[in-house]
Design a binder for this molecule. Sequence first.
Ligand code: EPZ
Length: 432
Amino acid sequence: MDKIKIRGGKKLEGKIFISGAKNAALPLICASLLTKDTVTLTNMPRLADIKAMNALMTQLGTQIDVFDDFVDGHPTQTYSYRTPQAVSLTAPYDLVRKMRASYYVLGPLLARYGRCELSLPGGCAIGARPMDIHLSAMEQLGAKIEIKNGYIYATAEGRLKGAHIIFPMVSVGATCNALMAAVLAEGNTILENAAREPEIGDLAQLLNDMGAKIEGIGTAVLKIEGVKELYGAVHKVIADRIEAGSYAVAAAITRGKIELLNAVPETLRRPMQVLRDMGVRVSETDNGILVDAEGCRLTGKDIMTEPFPGFPTDLQAQFLALMLTAEGASMVTETIFENRFMHVPELLRMGANINVHGHASAIVRGVEKLSGAPVMATDLRASFALILAGLVAEGETIVNRVYHLDRGYERLEEKLRSVGADIERLHESDEE
Ligand code: EPZ
């Protein structure tokens, strides 16, 4: 398994191009199942999760074309998806267990074919992550749901029927699945207490470009007028706000200065405000966001994760790492997932001062220095927190199991090296 070696102490300066968002691309790919025409997605990131989703789509019968492309002079990929007729309606365990977002095929397959067999994804490192809200929404839209042998058997007699759905809690995944199911349903659907993450707005935009009738995009109440058929479209994937926020912390933690090209300020208001409150200069430029921490003394700030537009849970680990280098104490409260402090034991090995109380909160006290150490990545965003700590730790940090990182960060070491980091990837054969 690959590792990443970092020698800490370099101030990062320069520009980083922010890729298309993983958490937008995954549902966008599945939305292509809703039409027999071609859906083309540009600004697609090169990520393991995209490859995993493409493998599932191919198994369902989707024809995929891909070519290397450029957006604003930066390398990306353009994918075209066409499913004239699905050859399978099953998302099997061996694919779903590797990538839980496979469950985004549920809404589209039910909407277009009235049937889907989906392996239950099971839990993951950060929590149990059940699908009860997804399944309840499908039942309210007229589907019959049966669970046996670890699989969900979803069926619908004819078209799904529009419904007034009030989500019991905000769920990004359930909102995406319900949206993709409702666009072809008979009649009107209202989704109340819908998630407002920008990636959902990106999905709704593509669906409307395909001929859907969705109103209330960006709000917690989505109104959908069902249509009989959807058509092809071309769509540019929104920039990845979590990648941008992660590199913003890389600038702040090394007291450097990085311009995040293509970052969308409206998707990062809360995290950028926290950086400003800590003493970092953050400004909007014609090309994105400039994060300038040169010469800044940072003070710790409390953060609490919430659904958008609150502080994103996917930036909690990265900001906790930043608090290690700030003066004073910070309370970090995680309200979305039940087990999202797995970066803490690894950071403690680097000399951090952190106390986790129960599952939901951690007190972080800034320390004079961190020391490099071999550490273990556990989940995607926790792994980036270890990279961040390695960038400022004295000596060498080796991050093991970097396949976690490859799921959600495109060309990570290349992007960090381009702004001055002393970082390299050790392939199996390179290891001493
Ligand atoms: C999406 O996960 C993202 N993944 C996550 O990003 C992100 O952390 C999360 O939204 C919150 O923003 C993708 O978009 C692929 P939820 P999702 O449904 O949809 C509970 C990353 O690092 N819940 O909003 O699974 C759930 O357990 C990943 O890129 C139910 O109880 O998140 C959680 O506690 C990690 N029942 C809370 O709701 C359900 O049916 C929010 O989950 C669904 C969710």
